[in-house]
Each structure stands twice: as C-alpha cells, then as structure tokens.
Design a protein around this ligand. Sequence first.
Ligand code: CO
Length: 152
Amino acid sequence: MAIRNIVKRDDDVLYKKCRPVEVFDEKLHMILDDMKDTLTKANGVGLAAPQIGILRRYCIIEVDEGFFELINPEIISYSGKQRGVEGCLSCPNDWGYVTRPNKVKFKAQNRFGEWYEMEANELFARAVCHELDHLDGKLFVDLIEERVQVQD
Ligand code: CO
C-alpha cells in the first residue's frame, strides 16, 4: 500500500468526465487500498479517483456509518436539504457553505463488481454528492454560497 499524490484544483484532470470501471481486478483493489491510506493520512471524508489522476468512476468515503467503496455509483433518489460547510482535499484553501440533499439513495458496485444499494444521510449524503460530482468533472467550489475563512 502507498500514499498517492492528491492533485490540486489547477490540474485539468479534475475537470474531465470519468469513464466507467469495467475490470474489477487486483490492480483496482490495489488502487482502492492506496486511496484508503491516502484518505486516512489526509484526514478527509472522501476521495475520488480523478483526485489521484485516474479518470474512472469510483470513489471512497469514510464516515461514522463506516468505510465505503463506490464503484460506478449512481444516485437513485434524494430528498430534503442540508446547508453546511464543505471542503475538498484538492482545494485546501477553499471552504464554504454548500446546500445539498439531506438524504440520498444510491447504488454502486463493490470492488468485486457486485451491486449494492444504500441510503445515506447528513454528512454521508453530502459526501456522496460531493464525490459523485468529482466523477463528472465538477468541483464543489462552484456551489459555494458563502465563503468561510478557516484558520490553520
Ligand atoms: Co473533493
């Protein structure tokens, strides 16, 4: 396992649409393991493949509910609203209020290609929306309603 470099917002790779994952092999598993180490070291909530320079549709999320690998994820339905401060490991100096759905139902494949469905609430729902945006080449900074200064 290894720590991967997280690209920052000046990198073109963050603005491209990712292609679906088609092969669920050892290489994918190794990258997912590296992403987990990278996320833990960065003390983040989520990390999407384009953030380590890979234009494929997968991401990982670590929240109170557990650790999740979302491969080829799709949102099935969403409801409610939450407004909260959001940040991104690719945008270390940007923090701000973003409104997201409060509840999201999604489906995704696991690392073996098996589909699962899950309901996410609050921070988990926010993370699902944020990470799925990355897979479409979108950054949360475009959704900031009010900027927040965070002291180092
Ligand atoms: Co992000």
